[in-house]
Design a protein around this ligand. Structure first.
Ligand code: SF4
Length: 352
């Protein structure tokens, strides 16, 4: 069962409460380059990103938020480190939410200034703790169990929450990220027993497209399956659009995104008679245009393909010389190999 949380907003997107788990990503452009950042955010919007975060390393980046906001549709989160003035500028420029680690902002009065500005603007703040920011570890401590590190993170987060609440600020989202998957899982599990603020979940510095995807799928999969997590970001050393694709697949796999299409692709074997992988990649992209969710199958041979994927709404099975297009478990047509993909894409379009 999903954990009961308070409700917080990033622009129009609800985080927590009964809202579906939202998908986030972070731009990898220089935020000061508003045009490049807008282009990247538009690509993210197209891919299904619901909230975008931008790094705000200096004043020019904070000021660029104003222009960026004009070119995008989804809510923008400003990621601030160290300098409270940047948070104030970002809020002033129209950020829909900010992310800070109060520990690196410095004196309490600076954090108070941020709370007061966020309150006036009516926006939420994510208290974003990373394992690396807790304290410097010596080699011996580094080997401490994940649960010990989790306890340290949770205690720190509770300290910040108390400070926010003392200042009557409750529009809070919490994140407790570590690059170690099980430390992250333990931290959120423990935090869930200590507060009802919504969680932004993610594995930080997860890795390349492969390692990051596996770590995120395992870590976020465990958490979401336990009902923990209200918004998520998959961190990958890859294009941000890939983060959204992976995040969406995680949610779909857990049944948390029911209104999305599903792609079934056979792994291929010695019976495969076509170049299946590029075909599947192309079909996956085309599926993004579907307005109604559908189950699509891309299979490598006509012998077993249609049978193995008979529950698909529409399928394609490659074959030497000619292939098959099948619909709802029945063969729709046999098509010469050269026209097979083109014909299939026409049928896909017809699904709406
Ligand atoms: S559909 Fe055909 S090519 Fe694909 S795995 Fe099954 S038998 Fe092999």
């Amino acid at each position: 069962m999903r954990r009961k949380t308070r409700t917080v907003y990033a622009g129009k997107i609800q985080i927590g409460g009964k809202a579906p788990v939202s998908l986030q990503s972070m731009t990898k452009t220089d935020t000061r380059d508003a045009s490049a950042t807008i282009i990247q955010i538009k690509e993210l919007e197209k891919a299904g990103c619901e909230i975008v975060r931008v790094a705000v390393p200096d004043e020019a980046a904070a000021l660029a938020i104003k222009q960026i906001k004009k070119g995008i549709k989804i809510p923008l989160v400003a990621d601030i480190h160290f300098n409270y003035k940047l948070a104030l500028l970002a809020i002033d420029a129209g950020a829909d939410k900010i992310r800070i680690n109060p520990g690196n902002i410095g004196e309490e009065w600076k954090v108070k200034e941020i709370l007061s500005a966020a309150k006036s603007a009516g926006i939420a703040i994510r208290i974003g703790l990373n394992a690396g920011s807790i304290e410097k570890f010596n080699e011996k401590k580094r080997r401490e169990a994940a649960s010990v590190m989790a306890l340290k993170m949770v205690n720190k987060a509770k300290e910040y929450i108390r400070f926010f609440e003392k200042n009557k600020f409750r529009e809070i989202v919490i994140s407790l990220k570590a690059s170690d998957t099980m430390t992250t899982v333990d931290s959120y599990r423990l935090m869930a027993k200590n507060c009802d603020y919504p969680f932004h979940i993610g594995i930080t510095e997860a890795g390349t497209a492969l390692t990051g995807t596996v770590k995120s799928a395992v870590g976020l999969g465990i958490l979401l399956n336990e009902g923990l997590g209200d918004t998520l970001r998959v961190s990958l050393a890859a294009l941000p659009v890939e983060e959204i694709r992976v995040g969406r697949e995680i949610l779909k796999t857990l049944g948390l995104r029911k209104n999305e299409s599903d792609l079934v692709v056979c792994p291929t074997c010695g019976r495969c008679e076509v170049k299946l992988f590029p075909m599947a990649e192309l079909i996956e992209k085309e599926m993004l245009k579907l307005k109604k969710p559908a189950k699509i199958a891309v299979m490598g041979c006509v012998v077993n393909g249609p049978g193995e994927a008979k529950d698909a709404d529409l399928g394609i099975a490659g074959g030497k010389g000619s292939g098959l297009i099948f619909k709802n478990g029945r063969i729709l047509k046999k098509v010469p190999e050269k026209q097979l993909l083109k014909e299939f894409l026409k049928e896909l379009k017809k699904l709406g």
